[in-house]
Ligand binder design. Structure first.
Ligand SMILES: [Zn+2]
Length: 103
């Protein structure tokens, strides 16, 4: 699946309990069309103790979002925006469709 979202981008969450929040993209799973966003969509996973004396642990893991449920955030517009692509100087670049700033 093609996406304009990249690792390190700030995205706006459009679904679930993190609706309206923004976070940094940690990972793009392009084959699955999903992204992992730092601190968002956290699922607590219980890890069982391996030995009787050990305690079980709760590990917090971010669950990936569908790419359609996140949108790139433009700092200048301070809102989630649609992305346009320019080919200025023969190089593909992403721009904010609203203010035309390179993202
Ligand atoms: Zn903008």
């Amino acid at each position: 699946m093609k996406t304009n979202i990249r690792k390190g981008d700030t995205v706006h969450i459009r679904t679930g309990r993190d609706l309206g929040r923004k976070g940094k993209v940690l990972q793009v799973l392009s084959t699955k069309g999903k992204v992992v966003v730092e601190g968002m969509n956290i699922r607590k996973k219980h890890v069982k103790a391996k030995r009787a004396q050990e305690k079980g642990q709760t590990v917090e893991q971010p669950t990936p979002f569908d790419i359609s449920n996140v949108q790139l955030f433009c700092e200048k517009c301070s809102r989630a925006v649609r992305i346009g692509i320019t080919r200025e100087g023969g190089k593909r670049a992403r721009v904010c469709k609203k203010c035309n700033t390179a993202l």
